[in-house]
Write a protein that binds this ligand. Structure first.
Ligand SMILES: Nc1nc2c(c(=O)[nH]1)N[C@@H](CN(C=O)c1ccc(C(=O)N[C@@H](CCC(=O)O)C(=O)O)cc1)CN2
Length: 297
């Protein structure tokens, strides 16, 4: 293996520790803990795991966790009524509705009901607009985590060629905007991109966020490129396995021989999502108390 492993798990653990220290100081100053409300609708197995991890991480970081579990047949009106109750609750600084939502619940309508000042997921159109025009606001946790890893490795990203594969509202588009803000030259590639391998081959930085297991191959990469793999895909179990392996959107075994640095799956980008969520919640809490968020958080 020639590539350096980007250890998102260790970076995230450090970030959670830093947030925890600042959260304890916040509680002293404000006379209350910062609070995060997480809403889970239905019983999707992966979402259950993420929601449990978020609750545990919130408490470990000296913040208050409020979990709301609703039945899968909850109506949109009931869900929005809960969001509005949380908007009005002064103990709640951040509100997160775990995605995906079951059935035909309209994610956009539910996200639109969240007070933008409590939108710690950064999914509200107001947060997206603020990111687009360079105004302060909440940035989605996964892309913010990716840019933290990239800046930690490269410092200055000015002039670097970055290719983001995937154009989702929650990863691809905000990721491209963050790279642009860091003065990279950015291309967003997607399923209709002609000659995807050729486009990826120009990149100093590749962010793969397509949700297709091991789609990005080693021979698509420029030697020495930094590869950030956002995908989390579970393969079908091989013979003798009860559970399939987790893999990213990049063929890791091949890519690690060509890339300069690469995030593994698991243990790369995934853990950053929850660490950044805690960071965003603490920033929201400072804003709600009229306090300046800690420097460098
Ligand atoms: N409202 C939201 N919903 C969803 C988000 C989100 O940011 N906000 N992101 C994902 C799920 N997610 C957090 O909610 C999340 C995904 C993955 C990880 C993680 O640490 N993954 C591990 C592997 C875990 C495993 O073994 O299965 C890793 O990559 O190392 C954390 C959070 C969709 N929904």
């Amino acid at each position: 293996m020639s590539a350096e492993l980007i250890d998102g798990k260790a970076f995230a653990a450090d970030l959670r520790k830093t947030v925890g220290r600042h959260a304890a100081a916040f509680a002293q100053k404000a006379g209350r803990k910062a609070g995060l409300a997480v809403v889970l609708v239905g019983a999707d197995a992966a979402s259950e795991v993420y929601v449990r991890s978020k609750g545990k991480a919130t408490i470990a970081a000296n913040m208050e966790s409020f979990e709301h579990r609703l039945r899968a047949d909850t109506s949109e009106a009931e869900l929005i009524a809960l969001v509005e109750k949380l908007n009005a609750d002064s103990a709640v600084d951040g509100i997160l509705v775990q995605l995906p939502l079951p059935g035909d619940l309209d994610e956009q309508a539910v996200i639109a009901a969240i007070d933008p000042g409590k939108d710690v997921d950064g999914f509200h159109v107001e947060s997206a607009g603020r990111l687009m025009v360079g105004r302060e606001g909440f940035v989605p946790c996964t892309p913010l985590g990716c840019i933290m890893l990239l800046k930690d490795r490269h410092g200055d990203l000015s002039g670097m060629e970055a290719v983001v594969i995937g154009r989702s509202n929650i990863v691809g588009k905000p990721m491209a905007q963050l790279l642009l803000d860091a003065n990279a030259t950015v291309t967003i590639a997607h399923s209709r991109t002609k000659d995807l391998p050729g486009v990826v081959r120009r990149a100093d930085i590749v962010v793969a966020a397509v949700g297709r297991a091991e789609m990005v191959k080693a021979d698509w990469l420029k030697p020495g490129a930094t590869v950030i793999d956002v995908g989390i895909n579970r393969l079908a179990p091989a013979e003798g396995e009860t559970k399939g392996r987790l893999v990213g959107d990049v063929d890791f075994d091949g890519a690690k021989e060509v890339a300069g640095a690469i995030t593994p799956v698991p243990g790369g980008v995934g853990p950053m999502t929850i660490a950044v969520l805690l960071r965003n919640t603490l920033v929201a809490a400072h804003q709600h108390e009229g306090l300046e968020p800690p420097e460098g958080l």
